[in-house]
Design a protein. Structure first.
Length: 618
């Protein structure tokens, strides 16, 4: 792994199977007033989160720590020996390069060539001052430590004005992606913690207490920012490395994404359909979007970055990836339901216990997974500063200075917009997103529910009408259940109405190694949510669980149009034929969707009643 001391796969060990709980905090000035005291408070909060980070047998080698700031233009104007454009008109970021001087020079030349190919101007390089001795980093971290430079780039002026802000970030995005892909003639390892006109990330394979000592920029009074997001890493799903320390470019992550393998596979599969005019050039040069060897948090941030740069706001993109539990919420606003249903056709949820704070240097937000399995707390002070953290106590705040406080709730987003100087209520934010396009109309016109389709003839064969008897020889037994299922689980449930009981673990050999004949589906079981922290009961907690699935063609993820949701909605991943008697006589009734209709294909058969009670079946 890049700039890491992680071991290679060996025997039964595979580093890809490592599975993350970290500490996150942020300090935000609601009115966007930049200050060095805010940066210092964020570093103090990070140090108070040191127990949420980790280290190995070498206490001085940490799993990772970092901070995201808005670009401190005054500091960079003072420390560079070349002129810089006005703030926001240039992009900058740290660059991890090889320690060998020849390899480093070759890597820098390649980056400059790529910048020219992307029609960008390299303004200059700055050797990033670092103090590993003062920080006291351990031998393991120092042994894989990269050389760190700082790159400054800008786009050519258009009508006398250089592109800046988000527009410039879209132009430098291909440069960063291409530079991080080793070339065949130059395998030098290059990594940018960030390259942006709006934010800059300082991070490394450090402990929480080492970060500010390692980077003297963070102690400089000219290092000011209105937002500071910090992260202390506990590497439980990948080994520690300089590149996988957090924050990433837009987010920091406390938790884990249980569906990460499926998320990555689906992103890889849909890359051929990706199109956007907002990112210049052919997108294929940027694939794969999810970089090999990254952590679940790194992949999440890469997809979040793509969604944001292709035209969606950062809160919009986050809501797409980590949606609330909207499917079974009977009180949800219909427009909101249409919004979430439409985006479910575009992108599967990145699901798992997670708290995800994010920022672009002007807005700060945070969201929880749909179950709320990771905590988040926030406080607002008299000075109109917001302190957000994964736990209480990251800063000593006098009670008389706190004017408002709260916690993150599942399905609701906490957002501070420094451009307008306010905390945006979650209902206002999500309601505005839902009204931005006619999502509900698009969904109603494009999506088809399985229950609305004409019913097919039942299969030829015997229909088992005695539903009170457990039949070990019927069709259901052939498809779904083993003898042990009947004897240990189903029969006791039918007799007593109680819950099934079983032991912890499973000593049944895998189907491919078993000497006994096994059912077909034992060989093709679905891999999903291997860790749920804690386990979920899909019946008691049905408000946050769903088995619905959509099938059909996918559109362009980077575009929203009525064609994006033309899919068939299934109530669950398992389909079975209906076992009802066919009655050729047309009858009037209601379909499963509630609409009235005539004809055997759109009705259900109503049983006759005798004295107000159902009559026996003929």
């Amino acid at each position: 792994m890049l700039y890491s001391a992680s071991p290679a796969p060996r025997g039964l060990y595979d580093p890809a199977l490592e599975s993350d709980s970290c500490g996150v905090a942020a300090i935000i000035d609601i009115h966007g007033r930049a200050g060095h005291d805010l940066v210092a408070d964020a570093i103090r909060a990070l140090q108070n989160l040191s127990h949420r980070g980790a280290c190995g047998r070498e206490p001085a080698t940490g799993d990772g720590a970092g901070i995201t700031l808005a670009v401190p233009a005054a500091l960079f104007d003072a420390v560079t020996d070349f002129p810089l454009p006005p703030p926001g008109r240039y992009a900058t970021g740290l660059c991890f390069l090889p320690r060998d001087a020849d390899d480093r020079a070759r890597a820098r030349r390649r980056i400059e060539d790529l910048a020219a190919a992307e029609r960008l101007e390299v303004l200059g390089w700055r050797t990033m001052p670092v103090e590993p001795e003062r920080a006291g980093i351990g031998a393991t971290a120092d042994g894989c430590r990269p050389h760190i430079d700082q790159l400054f780039v800008a786009a050519p002026a258009v009508a006398g004005v250089r592109p800046g802000g988000l527009d410039l970030d879209r132009l430098v995005y291909p440069l960063r992606r291409r530079a991080e892909r080793p070339a065949s003639d130059d395998p030098s390892e290059v990594y940018f913690p960030s390259l942006s006109a709006r934010t800059i990330v300082y991070k490394g394979m450090l402990t929480a207490g080492q970060l500010a000592h390692f980077y003297p920029d963070l102690r400089d009074p000219r290092c000011v920012s209105p937002i500071a997001l910090v992260h202390s890493r506990y590497s439980t799903n990948t080994f520690p490395s300089w590149t996988l320390a957090q924050p990433f470019r837009y987010s920091a992550h406390n938790g884990e994404i249980n569906t990460i393998r499926g998320n990555r596979n689906r992103m890889r599969a849909r890359e051929s359909a990706l199109r956007t005019a907002r990112i210049p050039g052919d997108l294929t040069r940027l694939f794969p979007i999810c970089s090999p060897g990254g952590s679940d948090s790194a992949s999440l941030d890469e997809v979040l970055e793509l969604l944001h740069l292709s035209g969606r706001t950062l809160p919009h993109a986050v809501t797409m990836m980590i949606p609330p539990a909207w499917e079974n919420d009977s009180e949800l606003d219909p427009q909101r339901r249409g919004f979430h249903g439409f985006h479910a056709a575009l992108l599967e949820a990145w699901d798992g216990p997670a708290c995800l704070p994010f920022t672009d240097g002007r807005v700060f937000g945070a969201v929880l997974d749909r179950n709320g399995l990771r905590p988040g707390r926030w406080w607002r002070t008299l000075e109109d500063r917001v302190v957000f953290a994964s736990e209480s106590g990251v800063l000593d705040l006098p009670p008389d200075q706190i004017v408002e406080k709260g916690r993150l709730e599942p399905g609701r987003m906490f957002l501070v917009d420094t451009r307008f100087g306010r905390i945006v209520p979650s209902d206002e934010l999500l309601g505005g997103l839902a009204r931005s396009h006619p999502y509900r109309h698009w969904l109603r016109a494009g999506r088809i529910a399985l229950a609305d389709l004409p019913r097919a003839d039942p299969p030829v064969g015997t229909v088992h009408r005695d539903r009170g008897r457990l039949d070990r020889t019927g069709p259901s037994a052939v498809r779904l259940h083993t003898r042990e299922d009947f004897d240990v689980l189903l029969a006791p449930m039918a007799r007593t109405g109680g819950e099934p009981l079983g032991s912890m673990g499973n000593d049944t050999p895998p189907a491919v190694l078993s000497p006994r004949p096994r059912l077909l589906y034992d060989y093709v079981t679905e891999l999903f949510a291997q860790v749920t922290n804690p386990p979920l009961d899909s019946i008691r907690e049905r408000i946050v669980t769903t088995t619905g699935a959509a099938v059909g063609p996918e559109g362009n993820l980077l575009d929203s149009s009525p064609d994006s949701c033309r899919q068939l909605l299934l109530p669950g991943p398992v389909l079975a034929p209906r076992r009802t008697r066919r009655d050729p006589r047309p009858q009037r009734g209601r379909t499963a969707s509630g609409a009235r209709g005539t004809g055997a294909a759109r009705t259900f058969r109503r049983r006759r009643t005798v004295g107000g009670r159902p009559s026996p079946r003929p």
